[in-house]
Write a protein that binds this ligand. Structure first.
Ligand SMILES: Nc1ncnc2c1ncn2[C@@H]1O[C@H](COP(=O)(O)OP(=O)(O)OP(=O)(O)O)[C@@H](O)[C@H]1O
Ligand SMILES: [Mg+2]
Length: 287
């Protein structure tokens, strides 16, 4: 039997298997499937139907090349990734390996130099900037290492702002926002401006802002990188709880091995590509 290109793709993580020295084969429901690793093969068997369906986000041969004068840097060199609805995905890799660049592609904050990105089966490359921005504000919530709060607005108004921009009907009601401020221990600080809040408090406001639109997909780029470990753990627990209890798709970049071990999928970046396997690399690429 001649294998078609489709059969050379790992259905779980999406990796192109063509040039891999070793692949794993499984026979499931009278069909043969090929995987990058035993981890993906095992995961496939937990829900074969799901993994033959449409991923939430699909990156197909995504490249990102930066030109700086005469210098050309190929940061992403043909990335193939599947992200499944409701999954918790962690991205790891050495500093400068392209984690933030990749996350920016996944969240439509930047466009690939080459390649295809599909959201729920729909090609988003063809969309205009305005269409992308609207889709982004409806579907995604972002939490970055820098909290990026607007300094002249109160904590409450910072949270409210994305609701006004996205014109969504799906956003949190004002009463619910107020309740959440209480939940995160900032009930008395809603009217304070960011400069009057500690780092951890600002990050909690930023998290609430990311949640205001009730986004299906939460994206965090080292969301706890600037926080002490106790506050950082609290923020991460909140994010993971939203994933586990509310089924929101969660994608974060982290250097924390313990967090990576709690994920459904770990994407390891090296030399502009992803490497096979999940937990095998966690100790090597985190500190
Ligand atoms: N706009 C840009 N122009 C030129 N080079 C860039 C640009 N953005 C990123 N790079 C380069 O791309 C590479 C990957 O950067 P990126 O920020 O994605 O790495 P990272 O894995 O997130 O690193 P860190 O762990 O330090 O945050 C780096 O070498 C960086 O210098
Ligand atoms: Mg980064």
């Amino acid at each position: 039997m001649v294998e078609t290109p489709q059969e050379r793709r790992d259905p779980v993580c999406g990796m192109d298997l063509t040039d891999l020295p070793k692949v794993f084969e499984e026979h499931v429901a009278k069909k043969n499937f090929f995987f990058c690793s035993k981890t993906c093969a095992a995961r496939f068997k937990t829900d074969p139907e799901k993994f033959q369906g449409e991923p939430m986000i699909h990156l197909h041969d995504v490249w990102k090349v930066f030109h700086d004068g005469d210098v050309t840097t190929e940061v992403l060199r043909g990335i193939n990734i599947h992200i499944w609805p409701g999954d918790f995905t962690v991205i790891i890799g050495a500093s400068g390996s392209g984690k933030s660049t990749l996350l920016n592609m996944i969240g439509f904050l930047d466009r690939p130099t080459k390649g295809l990105i599909r959201l729920e089966g729909k090609d988003v490359s063809a969309l205009s900037e305005d269409e992308r921005a609207l889709l982004r504000s409806k579907k995604f919530g972002f939490v970055f290492q820098q909290y990026n709060l607007i300094p002249w607005l109160t904590a409450y108004d910072n949270v409210l702002l994305p609701l006004i921009f996205s014109m969504t009907k799906n956003g949190m009601k004002r009463e619910r926002i107020v309740k959440h401020f209480g939940d995160i221990g900032l009930g008395k600080r809603m009217d304070h401006r960011p400069t009057e809040l500690s780092g951890g408090e600002q990050q909690r406001v930023a998290l609430l802002r990311a949640l205001a639109n009730n986004p299906e997909i939460l994206i965090g780029d080292e969301p706890t990188g600037n926080l002490d470990s106790v506050t950082g753990d609290k923020i991460l627990d909140m994010l993971i709880k939203l994933n586990r209890e509310e089924g929101r798709t969660l994608i974060i970049v982290t250097h924390d091995a313990d967090i990576a071990k709690r994920a459904d999928q770990v994407i390891t970046l090296k030399d502009g590509k992803t490497i096979p396997g999940y937990l095998e690399h966690v100790e090597t690429y985190t500190e």
